[in-house]
Design a protein around this ligand. Structure first.
Ligand SMILES: Nc1ncnc2c1ncn2[C@@H]1O[C@H](COP(=O)(O)OP(=O)(O)OP(=O)(O)O)[C@@H](O)[C@H]1O
Ligand SMILES: [Mg+2]
Length: 329
């Protein structure tokens, strides 16, 4: 049984050119990752700002192409999909955007946002059928159609808008939903709402959720598996309980230590900036976490379903230049 989506050794590099590696950013480095179809999971991708989380989701969505490496959809090379297979992929894998409605004209009513995909994918043969689909989707996310339709986005609460984006995704009967956490809207009640609906999607509809967050506490609450990203590398992954209770990688340990801080995002950023070296422009220089730009992604299985990235081999370590302190940047 092949995976629904599979990344093999996928790298995404931004910037630079054929002549120069200057200003290159390895946004995702040699990621190998699969989403199974028959085993719905909630998978969290966590890591500080700029670690490559959104890039990873955009790769999984097929909206950007890997610089190197392979991607498969139902076992088939993504580049070789037929028109029909590509259409099915676009139904199977749905994003929920970081800023709901950001991509929509504010003068369109909610109805438009929901009708558009139905029209695009020709999912209904009549107005009645279309309305039926819309109502069903709204109810799945706990919204009353008559209290939602006919309104403009600004006439709804943040939580309602978020639910509409989920309802919109559900119209297409996806197998996977990729949810990039709305960083701009993090009040506690909204977060609870989102988490609630994510759990329902998995339990009731058998949909796998890839949930992107900075927040390890929520990740721990809702997910089955977790991937910890650090500067494009998946440094540790596996069962969420095992990774959080028994973190092996220095970076994961740092993240977990910073959880009780009042502003964890800020704290991580500060810590890393204060002690890390700039791997983006530093050639083969390694940073405090023993990570070298573009290094191989090999893992030790420390316990069942818990893997940690191997650091570069001791031979290479000797050959590599001394890490340079860059506390000034
Ligand atoms: N289109 C682009 N062109 C150039 N560099 C990019 C582009 N998109 C992302 N990057 C860089 O790639 C790296 C990873 O970015 P990405 O958006 O994946 O991070 P992220 O983990 O989602 O961060 P955040 O938590 O802030 O959303 C960053 O260094 C970013 O500056
Ligand atoms: Mg992001």
């Amino acid at each position: 049984m092949s995976a629904l989506i599979e990344l093999k050794d996928v790298t995404k590099i931004y910037g630079g050119n054929f002549l120069s590696k200057e200003n290159q950013t390895i946004a995702v480095n040699k990621a190998t990752f699969a989403i199974e179809e028959d085993n719905p999971r909630i998978v969290t991708i966590a890591g500080e700002s700029g670690s490559g989380k959104t890039t990873m989701t955009r790769l999984l969505l097929g909206s950007i192409r890997p610089t190197t490496g392979e991607m498969y959809y139902r076992g088939k090379d993504f580049r070789k999909l037929s028109r029909k297979e590509r259409r099915q992929f676009q139904l199977d894998v749905q994003p929920i955007f970081q800023d709901p409605f950001e991509s929509y004209n504010p003068f369109y009513k909610v109805d438009h946002v929901l009708h558009a995909p139905i029209k695009n994918f020709k999912l209904a043969r009549s107005k009645d059928e279309r309305d039926e689909l819309v109502n069903e989707s709204l109810r799945l996310v706990g919204l009353q159609p008559d209290e939602t339709l006919g309104r403009f986005p600004h006439q709804l609460s943040g939580g309602q808008r978020q639910r509409i984006m989920v309802a919109r995704a559900l119209l297409l009967k996806p197998r996977v939903i990729l949810a990039d956490e709305p960083v701009s809207m993090v009040d506690a009640s909204l977060r609870a709402t989102i988490l609630d609906s994510i759990q329902t999607l998995k339990d009731d509809l058998g949909i796998t959720i890839v949930y992107i967050t900075h927040d390890l506490t929520t990740a721990f609450q809702i997910s089955d598996d977790i991937l910890i990203m650090y500067r494009g590398n998946v440094v540790e992954h596996g069962d969420v309980e095992r990774v959080i209770h028994n973190p092996q990688h220095a970076y994961t340990q740092l993240l977990i230590e910073s959880i009780p801080q009042p502003d964890p995002d800020k704290r991580w950023g500060e810590l890393v900036r204060a002690t890390g070296t700039d791997i983006v422009n530093a050639g083969r220089q390694r940073d405090i976490f023993g990570i070298e730009p573009g290094q191989e992604q090999e893992y030790d299985e420390v316990e069942p379903n818990h893997w940690v990235l191997k650091s570069v081999s001791p031979e290479e370590e000797e050959a590599a230049p001394e890490p340079v302190e860059s506390a000034s940047t």
